[in-house]
Design a protein. Structure first.
Lengths: 212, 212
């Protein structure tokens, strides 16, 4: 069953967990599928389908128990046991990501950060120890790290990906704008922040003009 | 023709500009469609189609002139004349985005940042002046700003969106995890960094286990 789980399902489960934790913090104890779908922009049927992935088969006349749901989502993400990540590139973006991700996800912890510039290594930034990039491959292997975040400048992205592959990484979140090429069997997702903001600015601009 | 331009086309044009600027900096003067497509993960036919959007109709026996292409992409993005943006939420993520976006895009400039916490306002961060959120609506109106970036905590996202709509914003890039509801005619794009990293960690984890 695990093999059939789509990226979209994993995305929604990630989102549910954070919404449910917010509700638990407010003292709420149960939630109906239509309430959860209203908060995530999906449908109640989709929420119920996602719940089946977590092992909920019955009806939910009283709604889902929030604490149990959070626990089930945790089991789903923690199932395989490998949650260590590294980050490469300690520039503005890299430091920002270290600050943002520190303690944010129970399923992913950045264990070490790397850079080619000596001035950026040999210290701790937002709780994360920073090493020269020469130590990337040995540290990935020694610590059996499976996820990496690439936050290096464009020209260094492919070279960084090659090192990560050499170290044995199996998933990469790439913030550099160009595509990286990796062997089959390694999962890659790309986030291009400049593209996203230029796209929004373009359409905002267009809609702004239409109003005039 | 402008109306038919898809989000994907705008995304690719954003990416082309940055790749072409990198090549121009290396002293290159022309490029073939298949060379550009190899760098962006698309096809040469798609590159040529995107070039038609920019007004290139002829064949390109000698390739495209890089300086001219950068100029054409600039005209495309700058066409409507409204490129001012604001950012709301000066926490870790907001500060990170201010650092990252400072001077990065010629088509989008963050003019002001806002927060509800008095300690975070009344100063300049990464070249951007920070104001109390009370001043958001008047500043958007006075400066005719059309793009906004939401980097506030989840619970404050909808309230922030409501203020942005009141001010007259026409495009929003939302980094808060829950969906925001805005009137039709306002362009919204969402980036959920935690979701992205948890998704990569999940699939990395799965592939890691498959190798064992």
């Amino acid at each position: 069953m695990i093999d059939a789980i789509s990226e979209k399902t994993v995305e929604r489960l990630s989102l549910y967990r954070r919404i449910l934790e917010g509700m638990a913090a407010e003292g709420k104890t149960s939630i109906f599928s239509h309430q959860l779908s209203a908060l995530t922009g999906g449908t109640a049927a989709q929420v119920r389908q996602d719940m089946r992935v977590l092992g909920y088969n019955g009806s939910s006349a009283n709604g889902y128990d929030i604490a149990q749901l959070i626990e089930s989502i945790g089991l789903f993400f923690r199932g395989k046991g490998c949650h260590k990540a590294v980050l490469v590139g300690i520039g503005n973006l890299g430091r920002a990501l270290l600050a943002y991700f520190a303690g944010r996800s129970p399923y992913m912890e950045i264990q070490a950060a790397f850079d080619t510039e000596p001035g950026k290594t040999g210290r701790v930034i937002h709780g994360c120890r920073c090493y020269p990039v020469d130590e990337l491959v040995p540290i990935i292997r020694r610590e059996t790290i499976c996820t990496a975040i690439i936050a290096v400048p464009d020209q260094a992205a492919q070279q960084t990906a090659d090192l990560l592959v050499e170290g044995g990484i199996s998933g990469i979140l790439n913030f550099a704008p160009t595509r990286i090429h990796v062997p089959a069997g390694i999962y890659v997702d790309n986030i291009d922040l400049t593209m996203s903001v230029e796209k929004v600015a373009y359409f905002a601009n267009k809609k702004f003009k239409e109003k005039e």
